[in-house]
Ligand binder design. Structure first.
Ligand SMILES: NC(=O)C1=CN([C@@H]2O[C@H](COP(=O)(O)OP(=O)(O)OC[C@H]3O[C@@H](n4cnc5c(N)ncnc54)[C@H](OP(=O)(O)O)[C@@H]3O)[C@@H](O)[C@H]2O)C=CC1
Ligand SMILES: Nc1c(N[C@@H]2O[C@H](COP(=O)(O)O)[C@@H](O)[C@H]2O)[nH]c(=O)[nH]c1=O
Length: 605
């Protein structure tokens, strides 16, 4: 008997140990998958999903390609089909809910998944714990790494989940984008010769890697002096795909009249400066299509908070040592990429990667964490974190926990509801949300568009009697994500204004209205979500789109928010007709609110 028990025990131990390794391996596979769109699309939460059968075979997998495309979990169950029944789903990140109806959770449940292993809980407060809870309530066994599964190997797998979504986690915890400082230096620690000449220190192979890093970033930042000395382009020459914003920080605005960065045909540029600096030069830049932003005082933290509010997740700093020192001192740099070239340039006054930090003892030096060394051609790339990726477990309470801590907080307490990125609360109101719509074409045949954004962008060129305009429509329609549809639509409009329909300016509000009406009519849960906001003003919190968005300080026209409010009123009237006693009061208060904000009279018709 003792022998039998012993055998049973050792078998069990083996099984647990094997599963632990499998679980960790599949989570790592989900992590690798989740990164696959890096460089093609703008940074977004990285989701990967791997479905494995009980015999350890991969049944299906998927990853989120871009904001507003099919969730990783949906793609994985689609590819797995019947093999998903009784299988385990491995998710590097707890699912979000850009659809507003728990699409990812439903997909896993309907596919017959019986167990889910989750790398980390979602870092954003309004999503944290929601999907884990929903899956458990549907009877799935859900194991969260670090909570339900604890071992060294699990800890390593969990760490890879934290790292792959470091930008999102930093954004959630510190309300600044994830910032990487990158520089190329000689073996004697110089980033330029004493003359300021710096092209090139690192090899072509290293510089190609930089293009890739740029493609994974929302924006590249340099200081005014780098513009004056290098006249950089700061583009991601990686063969198409996402092009980051170029940002110049300049206190003096003492910038050249001619510079590569003022050519905005390939990529956009923002110059951030101090209030009042060289206003005439600001106007000059604006006339070239460069956006100028004035802040009260130009310090790195304020700049990062500003770009956080613009929805940025990830920023690459390619500045010189003066600005780098200021950014490190402000605590906004999270990671460093140093390309070290086997060259010596010398020069007592040649610039170095990081200027004055005020440290006097070597014991004060900042130690990098999780350092990696990689040889790239003749150069060495040394990378590491200056600040660890915050461990979410004790830091961010879930939405429910917040209410428990502070019962006065409710999601509906404010009379203004803002929305912008699809992963934020009310993200399903965004035109980038993953909701296909059906709209009639010129022959009244219904055509499916992947998102409101696809439809809106394509309508700029619809009905124009030129095959090139028709090509634009088809190209936009075929785009894989709303972001790419917007990118193509905007660049075509900029480059070929002759292909844009002549009545576009007067028709665009109507086009948007019809698209939104379709979206909020055909998805009942979106309709309910919209109606649930009755009494609140809806604002698209886009700080730079001053027509559709509300602007940073409320200076935008907020036409997207207005149209949604208008639609909400129309839906409420329809409801009123059905059950008029119930809704009469709601409608009255709604109209009172709209009137008091001047929205009824100002709304587009
Ligand atoms: N090898 C490499 O990887 C790189 C090398 N370089 C080299 O470095 C040299 C330039 O270095 P450096 O002058 O340090 O670089 P930067 O121009 O990148 O940074 C300094 C400038 O940033 C602006 N700035 C805005 N806000 C601040 C702030 N809060 N604190 C400090 N500066 C701020 C100022 O512009 P303003 O004066 O307009 O107000 C300031 O002159 C050049 O020779 C260039 O070739 C540069 C980048 C990378
Ligand atoms: N000199 C140097 C770098 N310098 C950085 O690259 C910028 C120029 O970019 P671009 O004009 O787009 O090619 C320059 O202003 C500075 O920020 N980078 C590197 O990887 N290696 C190098 O040796």
């Amino acid at each position: 008997m003792a022998f039998v028990l012993g055998a049973h025990f050792s078998l069990m131990t083996c099984k647990v140990a094997k599963n632990t390794h499998d679980d960790a391996a599949y989570i790592r596979r989900a992590v690798d998958l989740s990164e696959k769109s890096a460089g093609f699309t703008s940074p977004h939460p990285n989701f990967g999903c791997v479905i494995a059968t009980s015999t350890g075979k991969v049944a299906g997998e998927g990853y989120l390609y871009a904001q507003g495309t099919k969730p990783a979990e949906v793609l994985a169950v689609e590819s797995g089909g019947e093999r998903c029944r009784g299988a385990t789903a491995y998710l590097n990140l707890e699912p979000g809910d850009c659809h507003g109806d728990h699409t990812a959770v439903s997909a896993l449940v309907q596919a017959g998944i019986t167990r889910a292993v989750v790398g980390i809980r979602h870092p954003l407060q309004h999503l944290r714990g929601k999907a884990v809870c929903a899956l458990r309530s549907q009877g799935l066994q859900v194991d969260v790494l670090g909570e339900d599964l604890q071992s060294k190997v699990m800890e390593e797998a969990r760490k890879s989940c934290l790292i792959v979504n470091a930008p999102l986690i930093h954004r959630a915890c510190s309300r600044v984008p994830f910032s990487v400082l990158k520089y190329a230096m000689t073996l004697d620690g110089k980033i330029a010769a004493s003359s300021g000449h710096a092209s090139w220190i690192s090899s072509k192979m290293s510089r190609n890697r930089v293009f890739e890093l740029r493609g994974r970033s929302d924006a590249i930042i340099v200081g005014g002096n780098t513009v004056r000395k290098d006249n950089p382009r700061l583009t991601a020459r990686h063969g198409g795909g996402h092009m980051p914003m170029r940002i110049v920080l300049s206190q003096t605005m003492n910038l050249p009249e001619e510079a590569n960065l003022w050519d905005v045909s390939e990529a956009s540029t923002i110059v951030v400066t101090q209030r009042g600096a060289r206003r005439n030069f600001q106007k000059y830049l604006a006339s070239k299509g460069v956006e100028v932003v004035e802040l009260d005082i130009l310090n790195s933290r304020d700049v990062m908070e500003y770009f956080h509010d613009r929805g940025y997740l990830s920023i690459l700093w390619e500045c010189g040592g003066t600005l780098a020192a200021s950014a490190i001192s402000s605590g906004v740099i999270h990671k460093v990429f140093a390309f070290v070239a086997p060259k010596i340039i010398g020069g007592k006054n040649a610039p170095t990667p990081v200027g004055e930090l005020g440290m006097v003892q070597m014991s004060q030096a900042l130690d990098l964490i999780d350092v990696c060394y990689e040889q790239i051609g003749p150069d060495m790339l040394i990378s590491g974190f200056l600040q660890p990726v915050p461990d979410l477990m004790p830091v961010i309470p879930s939405e429910d926990e917040t209410f428990a801590i502070d019962p006065t907080v409710t999601p509906y307490e404010s009379s203004i509801i803002s929305f912008y990125k699809t992963w934020d609360p009310y993200g399903a109101f965004s035109n980038f949300s993953p909701h296909p719509i059906q709209m009639p074409d010129s022959n009244d045949n219904y055509v499916t568009w992947s998102s409101v954004e696809h439809y809106y962008q394509a309508q700029k060129f619809a009905g124009v009697n030129d095959p090139a305009a028709q090509d634009c429509v088809e190209k936009i329609k075929a785009m894989r994500s709303p972001e790419e549809a917007a990118r193509v639509g905007r660049s075509m409009q900029r480059q070929h204004p002759d292909l844009v329909r002549s009545d576009w300016e007067s028709m665009k509000i109507d086009v948007m209205y019809r698209a939104l009406k379709c979206k909020f009519s055909i998805y009942p849960h979106l309709n309910s979500m919209l109606l649930s906001t009755a009494g609140s003003v809806l604002v698209e919190a886009s700080p730079h789109d001053l027509f559709w968005g509300g602007g940073r300080e409320g200076e935008g026209l907020n036409y997207l928010g207005r149209l949604l409010i208008q639609l909400r009123s129309e839906f409420l009237v329809q409801q009123l007709i059905k059950v008029h006693n119930l809704c009469y009061i709601t409608l009255l208060s709604e109209n009172y609110l709209l009137l008091s904000f001047g929205i009824i009279s100002g709304a587009a018709g």
